[in-house]
Design a protein around this ligand. Sequence first.
Ligand code: FAD
Length: 825
Amino acid sequence: MKIIIIGGVAGGATTAARLRRVDENAEIIMIERSEHISYANCGLPYYIGGVIQERDNLFVQTPESFSQRTKVDVRVLSEVTSIMPESKTVNVKDLRTGKEYSESYDKLVLSPGAEPVRPNLPGIDTEGIFTMRNVADTDKIKSYIDDKKIKRAIVVGAGFIGLEMAENLHKLGVFVSIVEMAEQVMTPLDYSMASIVHQHLKTKNVAFFLNDGVSSFIKENDQIVATLKSSRKIKADMVILSIGVRADSKLARESGLDIGITGGIVVNEFLQTSDPNIYAVGDAIEFENPIIHKKQITYLAGPANKQGRICADNIAFGNKSVYKGAINTAIAKVFDLTVASTGVSGRTLKKEKIPYLSAITHSGSHAGYYPGSIPMSIKIVFSPKDGKLFGAQIVGYNGVDKRIDLLASIVKFNGTIYDLKEIEHAYAPPFSSAKDPVNIMGFMAENILNGLMKPYSWRDIESIDFSHTMLIDVRTKDEFELGAIRGAINIPTDEIRDRLGEISQQKKIVLYCSVGPRGYIAARILMQLGYSEVFNLIGGYKTYEFAIQKQSNEDVYDNSMIAIDNQIYHVESQSKDPIFSSINMIKIDACGLQCPGPILKLKKSTDLAQPGQIMEVKSTDPAFSADVKAWANVTGNRIVEVKESAGVVTAVIEKQTKAQVANTSSSGTAKNKSIIVFSDDLDKAIATFVIANGAAAMGSKMTIFFTFWGLNVIKKPKPESVSKDFMGKMFGMMMPKNSKKLKLSKMNMWGMGPKMIRMVMKNKKIESLESLMQQAHESGVEFIACTMSMDVMGVKKEELHDYVTYGGVATYLERAEDANVNLFI
Ligand code: FAD
């Protein structure tokens, strides 16, 4: 039998090698367009970063060694230009000589892989813009970096490969800007898990843009200027485009083979295309996802290799080996983090309208008492009907790989969350805990499934109606003071039985602790005491905090010293203090402790320390970086430096004297401000946002309560159509449609006044009302629309900006109570 294989890397080389192992007499020809076969695509980013130092190490085999071992006729620098299925021949072009010839086959295997997407943007062909698919691309990128002494790069697209490239360029000392059009990185993750990656990236001295795509490139002097959709411009010396790949199915399409809805080559369970003599494997094929039963393309090396073996067996022995589809198990190193996923995400299930439940845990990578334990966050999604595990995601530092593989095995073999409970793992303190994080996840999911715990999502916190719901923070008082969810009251789990009088039987109760277990215990107490509507926040405050924070850092590097190229690394130094002698330093090892452990340990040492004494705390709790700053702010102690490396946060703090504490501590001093906006006059609205932005910049928590005519200020320019009753329609006709239609309080002059004001503001480079508003939103200013006024005036939620929250007078009064300035405009 004569077999031709197109493509000589993951799928192609595996098929060829297996074919030879099962059929010594077959004539096998492997045709590869590039110069190399069987190379490590997955290692290419690490070669660029210098982690893999020897170029030769990228080549698992050379054409010669492969040929010698397998007796396969390897033809590199040869491209198959057409396939003629009727005559069972292919045309091949020798790329060295340009000569074309035809070759016949009995069976043909296609493994042409996938090609990077290169969007048709203005300036896309500017020198210095690269995609990466193979060794030749890698060589070009590497020599460009060396020859041009690259200092700045833009990575467009924050998928697995984009982030690997960002990390490796950063490792070379290049300042990297990551630009991602979606609201999150790494699409196989759900947002709550991606947000952990976002917060990590923000600490890594890379500029990081979300919700913003590139709209054009232009060369200016020696640099490439990328203009983003937001109109922001970023300058760099080179650009890596990593916005995705698509199946390289052109050849198959041209030869009349069936192509599926995803653009991949259609194959049956034996990996046979619509022509029985042609098989296909790898990144170019479309196959059914075994969980959601939708067609998909899997761009991963593992499935390509496994398909190669199945395909070879089917050619050699007849169609007996069945391919069952990929569950897309993937893993990547993102700076210090390991990020992994298997199966499908909650987002995909939602899109496919498949009912699901989810659970999130934050467990230690191994026993907390053994040094080096670092938390990992795990999310699973499963069927509410029978607990079938649909998918899992993990973000952590150590031990992520083995947990994702355990979870992947359960997904692959149609297991359930009950199987997670039963997984028997190898345990000794340096490796795991007696109950592995995967077991813990099983216990939690079972509690949810059998009704012992009702889950509450961080997404629902925003829309809590406090007139019907009590939000209870069951952490300790110290933890609560470091930061809590707005509107929550603090009743620690251990006090809950004694403070039942404070918990209404008539209201829905939402509980939360730092990561989940204390909330669960409190929920069990209340449920057994007759409270019927009791929920526990999934993933606790930690998940909520990761998800609701600002996710990107585009504003951080704007006007900083990095604008001067040879000083780009000045931003890395967070401390201007002299190096403290480590002799007098109090060293606190809080590694392995979960929140609030590290803070409590620090507090204890601070109480015993002398003013002026320096303390160094090491913690493996990723939230410690933010917590320690909040703690210092509340207690008035001074942060000298906070660093993070390989999952360990090191904070250096100086204990202050009583007088210094009194001067600097924010504890007990209300820094908050609130404004009631009653008017919809343009000038008053501008004044409101100027004050709000100023207050936010000075670190105040700012709340603006929009009532009556003030609601017109926060209307969207183009709202969705909403149905209104007669009075609502009448009010709607009489009121301004949005902020652009507001009038001046004086000198309106039939609409001329507002236009003049806007023109003067523009000339004087003062932000427009709309930008001031956006700026306020981005600075964390809280916009509350008065629900009573909305009802009276027939204003619907759909008409107001998405970031507006809703509340009544009690909400306003609660904010006003916390504020030291309250204005009425
Ligand atoms: P490929 O391995 O891409 O091989 C296809 C070959 O076909 C190419 O060499 C091409 O030159 C050749 N070819 C195409 N058309 C013709 C033609 N007409 N004539 C002759 N030859 C032709 N996957 C993971 O699971 N983990 C990772 O960490 C990972 N990292 C990656 C990093 C990078 C930078 C890249 C590019 C990919 C990475 N992948 C990773 C994906 C993985 O490499 C692919 O899924 C896998 O290689 C697909 O195998 P394949 O045989 O389908 O295609």
